[in-house]
Write a protein that binds this ligand. Structure first.
Ligand code: ME8
Length: 637
């Protein structure tokens, strides 16, 4: 029986370039929560997607020399591939360039317009292109964006405005009367004081570029990208024209967002919904950033951690575990390879990996691979059972607060206790004495049971690992259910089968070196001069290019930069003066076969005649010969 609906969203990502580990952090949390709620019996709707309009995307596409849609199609393909690799269980993926979204954003705009909350005016302000955000004079102090610190530009245009100021009191009332609406508290206090300082009306259209959703009431304007993007949370549900899912899932239980976009989600979005007379989301949760030593990850600074490389090396679950376990929700945290590798080694290879392999091996060795039934309780049995049976409730309580790290810690308390149970009961010693056989069987049963519980508890966080454990325990036939955690003594007669180590031990030093090499910032892309204007074939055909062999070469007597070369070209030897003295010594040129522009009008260069020109490859700093094996005198065409 369904426990009700649960609607969770991630931000929709900008497909300006590929996503880094910081972006995956939010999606991994949302995925864990979605799976957790499903496991508990909720009817879950998990939405993610991409935010594809706006000046920034238009700019990036133009720089790449392709259309915006070509650009976003390519990047979005990569993002979907990444989520597939990471086993992200989203129920829908909304792209803001989809027709279903466009028409519904326009419908929402009209609803707000007809309410009288949208009016036309003139906008002048400071605009941060990378953030797509307009700022007031005080906000953009010193000409810098208060979010990202990059320079802002003055922008002025005739535009449509949303009466955000009208909703100021309602928003203050919302933050004050419903502290749960925005968490953590630090963010709520920040937004409360932001709202109390006074909200200006918001400019919600642009006419300086066209990559956006057209304003339905006037041509030549596109809807501000944040209005467009925020609407995704209801357009994906079919609002307003196909309201079945909307009626079922809205209002959202939670919008998970990064701390820098809390303002958009807790002020602008609720005000838009109030204007359209729609219910507000139940909760907005702002998470912290994953930082690198030296600051925030940024593609343009070349300091990003690529999740794909980590997954290829350590697997999806190791990365998910690390992200969920290491960082405290709401706070910033530092990423280092070392911290990650230690987590993988201590928690995954040592604690969990060992428990699985020891348990399965001992059941194989001491009972022919069959899980024995429960037996009389003795020694540490009661404590182990109690801990295992209490785990579900504790994990639930932490998950209610989005404390993923503490939820996992709770599971690891059980894992570590079970490992300790092995040491305390010493099955290898029991196996030596036939009289202890019953006790040995009870111990094996309890180990299998505890591990079964662990496999259920882990399922929302590390689905594949949970599956591997269950397969080794002979539980492959059943998907785990939360209710499986209610009883301890249920296993009897399952056939265990040892598999590969679920998390092999890592050589931290060697891995550190390998990761260093993998994540070394790529060389900045070299810039090449643009291709010159097109010419006709006839223009090209006028050139007479020949192969020549350099017979001798000496310095020009009167010019430091010039060399004087004698070049054999078929039956003729001619003198060519070339400006290459800074790049080659005279003797380095001798014997080289080169391409010559043979019909270039002869010129006198500082008193020496030059008949033709030798071609070189030029990388801006140095020259290289364009050599050939062909015989001198042959034509090049
Ligand atoms: O803001 N650590 O998109 P976006 C943690 N399109 N989170 C990080 C991070 C890091 N190092 N870097 C980025 C947008 N993020 C809008 C959203 S929603 C209607 C529109 C998070 O691709 C960031 O905090 O720039 C944000 O929540 C998310 O990635 C998307 O960022």
């Amino acid at each position: 029986m369904s426990k009700g609906t649960y609607y969770i969203t991630t931000p929709i990502y900008y497909p300006s370039s590929n996503l880094h580990i910081g972006h995956t952090y939010c999606t991994v949390m949302a995925d864990a929560m979605a799976r957790f709620k499903r496991l508990q019996g909720y009817d879950v709707m998990f939405l993610t997607g991409t935010d594809e309009h706006g000046q920034k995307i238009q700019k990036v596409a133009a720089e790449r020399g392709i259309t915006p849609i070509q650009h976003v199609d390519e990047i979005v393909g990569g993002i979907k591939e990444l989520w597939k690799t990471m086993e992200i269980s989203y129920d829908d993926f909304i792209r803001t360039t989809e027709e279903r979204h466009i028409k519904r954003v326009q419908a929402l705009f009209m609803k707000m317009y007809e309410k009288g909350d949208i009016y036309k005016g003139e906008y002048e302000g400071w605009y941060c292109t990378p953030c797509e955000a307009f700022w007031t004079e005080t906000q953009a102090a010193e000409g810098k964006c208060p979010d990202c610190g990059r320079p802002v530009e003055k922008a002025r245009e005739s535009a449509y405005f949303f009466r955000l100021s009208k909703y100021q009191d309602a928003l203050i009332e919302l933050f004050e009367s419903n502290p749960e609406f925005l968490q953590p508290d630090s963010r709520r206090n920040e937004m409360l004081s932001f709202a109390r300082q006074g909200l200006s009306d918001l400019c919600i259209s642009r006419s300086s570029f066209d990559w956006g959703i057209p304003v339905p009431v006037e041509e030549g304007h596109v809807i501000y990208v944040w209005l467009d993007a925020l609407s995704n949370y209801i357009t994906a549900l079919g609002y307003p024209d196909e309201p079945e899912k909307y009626d079922k899932y809205w209002p959202a239980d939670v919008h998970l967002v990064g701390k820098e976009i809390v303002r958009f989600h807790s002020i602008i979005w609720p005000a838009m919904l109030m204007s359209a007379e729609l219910p507000l989301p139940k909760k907005v949760l702002g998470h912290g950033w994953i930082l690198l030593e030296g600051g925030k990850m940024s593609k343009s600074r070349g300091n990003v951690v690529d999740p794909v490389k980590l997954i290829e090396r350590y697997g999806v679950d190791a990365l998910k575990y690390f992200l969920l376990r290491e960082y405290t929700f709401g706070q910033d945290g530092l990423y280092t390879n070392e911290v990650m590798l230690n987590r993988m080694n201590f928690d995954l290879a040592n604690d969990l990996g060992n428990l699985v392999s020891r348990t399965v091996s001992m059941i194989e060795k001491y009972n022919g691979g069959i899980v024995p039934p429960a037996g009389p309780e003795e020694g540490p049995d009661a404590e182990l059972k109690e801990l295992a049976l209490a785990a579900a409730g504790k994990v639930e309580a932490h998950m209610d607060k989005f404390s993923f790290s503490l939820a996992l810690e709770e599971i690891w308390i059980l894992i570590r206790r079970t490992n300790k149970y092995i040491d305390e009961t010493a099955p290898w010693a029991l196996a030596k004495d036939e009289a202890s056989r019953d006790r040995l069987m009870t111990v094996l049963h309890n180990l299998a049971e505890s591990l079964r519980m662990v496999s259920v508890l882990l399922f929302p966080f590390m689905k594949t690992t949970s599956g591997k454990i269950r397969k080794q325990l002979g539980l492959w036939f059943a998907e785990p259910e939360w209710a499986d955690l209610k009883a301890f003594d249920v296993m009897n007669g399952e056939e265990v089968k040892k598999g590969e180590a679920i998390f092999p031990r890592l050589d931290v030093e060697a891995e550190l070196a390998a990761l260093e090499a993998l994540n070394a910032p790529a060389e900045p892309e070299k810039e090449y001069p643009p291709i010159k204007d097109e010419i006709e074939y006839d223009d090209f055909a006028k050139l007479d290019l020949r192969v020549g062999e350099i017979l001798s070469c000496e310095k020009h007597p009167k010019a430091d930069k010039l060399l004087v070369l004698q070049v054999k070209m078929g039956n003729e030897v001619r003198q060519i003066v070339s400006g290459i003295a800074e790049h080659f010594k005279p003797e380095e040129t001798v014997g080289k076969k080169v391409v010559i522009v043979a019909n270039l009008k002869p010129r006198m260069l500082r008193g020496q005649e030059s008949k033709g020109m030798i071609l070189f490859a030029d990388n801006g700093d140095s020259l290289a010969f364009v050599s050939t094996d062909a015989a001198d005198g042959e034509t090049v065409s």
